[in-house]
Design a protein around this ligand. Structure first.
Ligand code: PLP
Length: 345
């Protein structure tokens, strides 16, 4: 039986081309600046994201933390979306490790934070207050149906933040998905922000790694922050080699994953008992209707018996994510499995 693993795009294994590139990678001690493959990846990432420099980090969480530690000092405040990955799923690292105060503001269903709410949250100069230093955005917005934020919105927030002396960090874990969905060059989405992190290890299929991009001065400081959180890695060109293939070969094919997510949504919507939420990129959320007599765990288990894996993400709610290793046949297998499980329920 073919396994159709829709739990996340992080389950993507490296492609044969990546494994070859890893095997053949030229390496050196990257903490000493000697790894030519890491240097090539950092240059390519900076160029593709339209920034001066980039830094290879172990994960998206590390990239966001290093960015926060570089932009903010202890006691500074960072404005974050209340449904953002940084606020919800990174153990509050900015506070726990950096002494940075998170200031959560409501994420709208489209993943944005209202510009007027950002302005209202910026602290006046007063001895009672932390200093507001940073605004964080997320694109695509994982918890808001994988929705892409537009270039116009990003630029609007960046301009108002800069007008108040704040910096902007973009959690662009899936920024190439956003660019594909909006039909724009990724630079359009990053031009106005001060820093951006993107993941190699999700839809881009690399086994490990993320990149943090920004000005040369920012990246020089970020390199220090990466070292103190234990992210100085040595012959890490073996990983960067896969990252080069990810950026060069995989960033241009994500529209295919989006097309399959839409096909899956259409297929599920046609099954009584399934309520599909809007799909924007490769992330699909759906609910079971009130009358369906299946617990979340039963639903997940019965689909798994049919080779289809997905995640339960709350009462009656589920998430399925398309990626490189799920083809058209896999999508049809998933739809058929749903139909069987729900018809029997
Ligand atoms: C996955 C993800 C991260 C963190 O990446 P890891 O590599 O899992 O640490 C950060 N932000 C968003 C939006 C993500 O989806």
């Amino acid at each position: 039986m073919t396994i159709v693993d829709l739990r996340s795009d992080t389950v993507t294994r490296p492609t044969p081309e990546m494994r070859r590139a890893m095997y053949e990678a030229e390496v050196g001690d990257d903490v000493l600046g000697d790894d030519p493959t890491v240097r090539r990846l950092e240059e390519l990432a900076a160029e593709r994201l339209g920034k001066e420099a980039a830094l290879f980090v172990a994960s998206g969480t590390m990239g966001n933390l290093v960015a926060l530690l570089t932009h903010c000092g202890r006691g500074d405040e960072a404005i974050v979306g209340d449904r953002s990955h940084t606020f919800l799923f990174e153990q509050g690292g900015m506070a726990a490790l950096g002494g940075i105060v998170p200031r959560p503001l409501p994420n709208q269903p489209d993943g944005t934070i209202r510009p007027e709410e950002i302005v209202a949250a910026i602290r006046a100069d007063n001895v009672h207050f932390p200093r507001t230093r940073l605004v964080c955005l997320e694109n695509t917005h994982n918890m808001c149906n994988g929705r892409p934020l537009t270039a116009e919105y990003t630029a609007q927030v960046a301009r108002l933040a800069h007008g108040h002396g704040l910096r902007v960090h973009l959690d662009g874990a899936r920024i190439f998905n956003a660019a594909a969905a909006l039909g724009v060059d990724v630079r359009e989405l990053t031009r106005e922000v001060d820093s951006v992190m993107f993941c190699l290890s999700k839809g881009l299929c690399a086994p490990v790694g993320s990149l943090l991009c920004g000005t040369a001065a920012f990246i020089a400081e970020a390199r220090r922050a990466r070292k103190v959180v234990g992210g100085g890695m040595r012959q890490v060109g073996v990983l960067a080699a896969a990252g080069l293939v990810a950026v060069e070969k995989m960033s241009g094919r994500l529209a295919e994953d989006h097309r399959r997510a839409h096909r899956l949504a259409d297929g599920l919507a046609a099954i009584p008992g399934v309520e599909v939420e809007p799909v924007w990129t490769n992330i699909l959320y759906f609910r079971l209707a009130e009358g369906v007599a299946l617990t979340e765990a039963e639903m997940v288990a019965r689909l798994a018996e049919r080779g289809v894996l997905l995640l339960s993400v709350g009462p009656g709610r589920f998430r399925a994510v398309t990626h490189y290793w799920v083809d058209d046949a896999g999508i049809e297998q998933a739809i058929a499995a749903f139909r069987e499980v729900l018809t029997a329920a």
